[in-house]
Design a protein around this ligand. Structure first.
Ligand code: FAD
Length: 466
C-alpha cells in the first residue's frame, strides 16, 4: 500500500503537537490535522493557559486587598471578565505563532479539518468551505483530547450555568458562584473566583476536595478557601441545578438544601473526545470508562494506531500529554524508549497552589508501614514570613529507615515550582540527607526542604536510639 504520510496526528493539543514534531525530527513525512482554526487544543484555548492567566490577576487582586494599608483597592462591581484576562490575547497569539512556526519549520503538513476514520490507514478530512478528501497514513496517532462531562441533572446553558470550557466566556464577574465538583478544575476555579471577591460555594459528594492528595494539604486548602470567604460543602449530593427564570441559579441537594447564586460552574470531570472520529471504522472501541485503551507503548488494539493525551485518560495533564505524544511517535516509528517516568508531579493551580510527587503519606504507610514524615510550615521559614505566606507546608515522606525518599507534598504559593527539587531527588534516588547537605539560597521557600529533612533525620535518630 502506498501512503501519503508516514505519520498523521489527529489534534494539535500538547499531545498531538509533540507527537508531530518528534516524527518530523526523526525524518518522517508528517501531517497534523486540527479541526479548530487555531493550534494548541484545550490546553491553550480553553484550559491551562486561560485559567492560569485569570489566576495571575486573581492573585494580584488578592494581594492588593491584603495590602489595603498601602493601596485602598476595591474591584469595580461590574468588572468585565475581559479586563481580568487582559493579557490572554497576547499570550495566545504568541503561543499560536510559536506553534505554527515550529510546525512549519519542521516541514509538518498542517491540515485544517475534522478527521474521521474510513479504515485503519485512511482518514477522511471534512473541511468547512472546501470538499472533503481522504489521506492515507502508515501510522496514526489519536490526540483528540477531552471535553467536559455534562451530568443529566445540570442544565448547562453557557449563560448562567457554565462548564470549564465556557466559564471564561462570562461577560461580567458574578457576585456569587456555585462550583459543582471537588477535583482539580473545580478547586482551581473556585479559589480563583473567591480571590477575585466572588462569593463561591463549592459542593461535592466527597468529604474533602482533591481526595488524591494528603489530607494535611487539602485541610490547608479548605482553610485558605474559607478564610477568603468561600464555603466548602462536602458530602452533599446535588440533585438539580437550573436557571430560576429571573437572574440566577438554584442548586438543590438531596438533603433539602437550596443554594442560590448568580452563576454556576459545573466541573464534573472530562471525558475522552472521540466524537466524529468513527473509531469503529478502524477496528477500535472504547473502554468501559469511555477512553481509548492503549498498552504501555501507547499502542491501541490496532497495530498502526497509537493514542496519547486526555483521550487515554488520567492523569490528563498537559505535561504528561506532551510526553505521551512524543513517546507514541517514537514507539510507532521504532525508536526504542525506556518506560515513562512513574514520578509524575501533579500541579494544582488553586489559591494556594498544591503539588505532589511520588507517594502520599497514606500510600507510603499502606506500602511500607511506619514511614517517617518531616514537615516544614512556610510560616516558620524566613521567606514565608517576609512574603506573608500562610497555609503553606512542605512534607517529605520517607521509608521507615528514614533515608529513602518516597514522596513530597507541598501546599502554598510556589508549590508547583518547588516540587521539582523533590522530583529530582526522587528520580536520582538521593537519600533525604541531600537536602541538609545542600546549601539553599536564603531566604527562599526551598529552604523548607532542609527544615523538613532535619525533622526526618531527627526522628530517624530517635528511632535508632529506641
Ligand atoms: C480548566 C483547565 C485547566 C487545566 N489546567 C492544567 C494545568 O494547569 N496543567 C496541566 O498540565 N494541565 C491542565 N489542564 C489539562 C490540559 O489542558 C490537558 O491535559 C491537555 O490539553 C490535553 O492535551 P491533548 O493534546 O490530549 O488534548 P487537547 O489539548 O484537548 O487537544 C485536542 C485537539 O484535538 C482536536 N480535535 C478533536 N477531534 C478532532 C478531529 N476529529 N479532527 C481534528 N482535530 C480534532 C481539538 O480541536 C483539539 O485542538 C487543564 C484543563 C482544563 C480544562
Amino acid at each position: 500500500m502506498s501512503y501519503d504520510f508516514d505519520l498523521v496526528v489527529i489534534g494539535s493539543g500538547p499531545a498531538g503537537q509533540k507527537a508531530a514534531v518528534q516524527g518530523a525530527k526523526a525524518g518522517k513525512k508528517v501531517a497534523i490535522v486540527e479541526r479548530d482554526k487555531v493550534l494548541g487544543g484545550a490546553c491553550v484555548h480553553r484550559g491551562t493557559i486561560p485559567s492560569k492567566t485569570l489566576r495571575e490577576n486573581a492573585l494580584r487582586v488578592k494581594n492588593m486587598r491584603a495590602n489595603a494599608a498601602l493601596a485602598n483597592f476595591q474591584l469595580a462591581e461590574d468588572t468585565e471578565m475581559v479586563t481580568l484576562i487582559n493579557r490572554l490575547d497576547q499570550v495566545l497569539l504568541a503561543h499560536d505563532q510559536y506553534m505554527r512556526k515550529q510546525i512549519d519549520r519542521n516541514n509538518i503538513t498542517r491540515i485544517h479539518g475534522r478527521a474521521k476514520f474510513i479504515d485503519s490507514h485512511t482518514l477522511e478530512i471534512a473541511r468547512v468551505r472546501d470538499a472533503d478528501y481522504c489521506i492515507k497514513a502508515q501510522n496514526i496517532i489519536i490526540a483528540t483530547g477531552s471535553f467536559p462531562r455534562k451530568p443529566d441533572n445540570i442544565a448547562v446553558d453557557h449563560e448562567y450555568i457554565f462548564d470549564s470550557d465556557s466559564v471564561l466566556s462570562m461577560l461580567y464577574l458574578p457576585r456569587s458562584l456555585t462550583v459543582l465538583g471537588g477535583g482539580v478544575i473545580a478547586s482551581e476555579y473556585a479559589s480563583i473566583f473567591q480571590a477575585l471577591g466572588v462569593k463561591v460555594t463549592m459542593i461535592d459528594k466527597y468529604p474533602r476536595p482533591l481526595g488524591f492528595l494528603d489530607q494535611d494539604l487539602t485541610d490547608k486548602f479548605v482553610h485558605a478557601f474559607e478564610s477568603m470567604g468561600g464555603t466548602w460543602l462536602g458530602e452533599h449530593n446535588v440533585v438539580s441545578a437550573e436557571f430560576d427564570g429571573l437572574a440566577g441559579v438554584i442548586t438543590r441537594c438531596d438533603n433539602g438544601l437550596e443554594i442560590k447564586s448568580e452563576k454556576l460552574l459545573c466541573a464534573a470531570g472530562r471525558i475522552a473526545n472521540v466524537k466524529d472520529l468513527a473509531i469503529e471504522n478502524a477496528g477500535l472501541s472504547l473502554s468501559d470508562r469511555g477512553l481509548i485503551p492503549v498498552d504501555n507503548n501507547l499502542r491501541t488494539s490496532v497495530a498502526n494506531i497509537f493514542a496519547a493525551g486526555d483521550v487515554i485518560g488520567p492523569p490528563s495533564l498537559a505535561s504528561t500529554s506532551m510526553e505521551q505524544g512524543r513517546r507514541a511517535t517514537c514507539n510507532a516509528i521504532g525508536i526504542i524508549m525506556g518506560r515513562i517516568a512513574s514520578t509524575i508531579p501533579s500541579g494544582i493551580y488553586a489559591i494556594p497552589e498544591l503539588s505532589a510527587v511520588g507517594l502520599t503519606e497514606q500510600q507510603a504507610r499502606d506500602k511500607h508501614g511506619e514511614v517517617i514524615v518531616g514537615k516544614a510550615n512556610f510560616e516558620e521559614i524566613a521567606r514565608g514570613q517576609i512574603s506573608d505566606i500562610q497555609d503553606g507546608m512542605l512534607k517529605l515522606i520517607c521509608a521507615p529507615d528514614g533515608k529513602e525518599l518516597l514522596g513530597v507534598s507541598i501546599v502554598g504559593e510556589g508549590a508547583t515550582e518547588l516540587i521539582h527539587i523533590g522530583q529530582m531527588a526522587l528520580l536520582s534516588q538521593s537519600p533525604v540527607d541531600i537536602f541538609v547537605e545542600s546549601i539553599f539560597n536564603f531566604p527562599t521557600l526551598a529552604e523548607a526542604y532542609r527544615v523538613a529533612a532535619l525533622s526526618v533525620i531527627g526522628q530517624r535518630e530517635q528511632r535508632g536510639k529506641g
